[in-house]
Write a protein that binds this ligand. Structure first.
Ligand SMILES: [Mn+2]
Length: 350
């Protein structure tokens, strides 16, 4: 549909013909001609006919720092819901899950702190996420620390398993998150979720949702790694899982790395989950994280990654984690988190 050129001066004179284009009304605002239908191009509303369900998971005891449990609130302050709706999506906000807090602040269980509490929460998260999938909606999970991925990805994987499909994964992170209770230097479970999903570690984590493993290494790609523990290195080599480290991203460029990562995740028959730890980003762009490591993804590299994912299609869930409001500066990290979510949901520059 073509839009007639704007008329200088603002309004038609009384003798001008009625303004119509393709049967739609034309409106004049100041000297700008607005055809309300012509301006609504499909590319501006990538979410048309699609539904997103937002699930907040204010769980912070998989890490050791306070503030990460307020991540969902920080993302909502940045007008997450409204901005997703502006992309044309129907948005259903399930609010924040009620996460049972550990009984005593100092209760640690050997080499996996708050194991029972994290395990119980992940069982509930898995059920919630699978329900969202069953409703035909895209789950958007807001952390919380990264231990919640044990539950959220279990939910998506369980959905696929019931349909005899496999699930792929793209995991953005400065760390491998592949420790086990045997290898962990800290005991914090947010350093263990990827190994648990692959079937290694504490049984209470590995067996969430009643089956294991949730993922096969050949369908998984990790992006942004630059701080990996020795025990993790050994597991990565043993499993042969593909890691696109910062070194490789520097060398080959983000575009080539993402094409390959998406290709790996897309080999799974059911599509892939995306989980984004904000510590994958460079601390200059994302200061609000408890586990900052210099030399991360730039603002543009991260957006390019999200844009490539949405263009490729196949993303079945998106999760953002580890936004620490106590460490953030003017909600900058949460604002960037919302921007990245929008890019992953199809927002584009042109
Ligand atoms: Mn992580």
């Amino acid at each position: 549909m073509s839009v007639p050129p704007a008329v200088a001066g603002g309004c038609f004179g009384e003798d001008d013909p009625p303004a119509t284009a393709g049967g739609t009304d034309l409106y004049f605002v100041s000297d700008v001609l607005i055809n309300q239908q012509a301006l609504v191009l499909p590319s501006d509303h990538p979410g048309t006919g699609r539904r997103v369900s937002i699930l907040g998971v204010p769980l912070g005891f998989g890490s050791k720092l306070a503030g990460v449990d307020i991540g969902p609130a920080a993302l909502r302050v940045a007008r997450l819901n409204q901005r997703i709706a502006q992309l044309g999506y129907e948005v259903r906000d399930l609010g924040d899950m009620r996460i049972a807090r550990p009984q005593s602040a100092g209760k640690l269980e050997g080499k996996a702190n708050y194991l029972q509490e994290v395990s119980a929460a992940c069982e509930e998260i898995a059920v919630e996420v699978q329900n969202i999938m069953n409703s035909g909606e895209l789950p958007l999970i807001l952390g919380g620390d990264h231990s919640i991925a044990i539950g959220s990805i279990a939910g998506v994987s369980s959905f696929m398993r019931e349909r005899n499909q496999t699930l792929g994964l793209i995991w953005f992170d400065a760390h491998a998150d592949m420790n086990t209770p045997e290898t962990t230097p800290s005991g914090n479970i947010h350093g263990m979720p990827l190994s648990a999903l692959l079937g290694f570690g504490a049984p209470a984590l590995v067996n969430v949702a009643g089956f294991a493993p949730k993922l096969e290494p050949r369908f998984c790609a990790h992006v942004g790694g630059r701080d990996i523990d020795q025990g993790e290195r050994e597991m990565i080599r043993r499993l042969g899982m593909r890691f696109f480290t910062m070194r490789e991203i520097d060398e080959r460029g983000m575009s080539a790395c993402m094409d390959e990562a998406i290709g790996i995740a897309s080999r799974a028959t059911g599509g892939y989950s995306v989980t984004f730890d904000v510590d994958a980003l460079d601390p200059g762009d994302a200061p609000g994280s408890g586990t900052l490591v210099r030399g991360g993804l730039t603002y543009r590299e991260a957006h390019l990654a999200m844009e490539k994912i949405t263009e490729a299609g196949g993303m079945r869930s998106f999760e953002i984690v580890e936004i620490n409001t106590a460490l953030d500066i003017n909600n900058r990290t949460a604002e960037l988190g919302v921007e990245l979510i929008l890019s992953a949901l199809g927002k584009r520059i042109l």
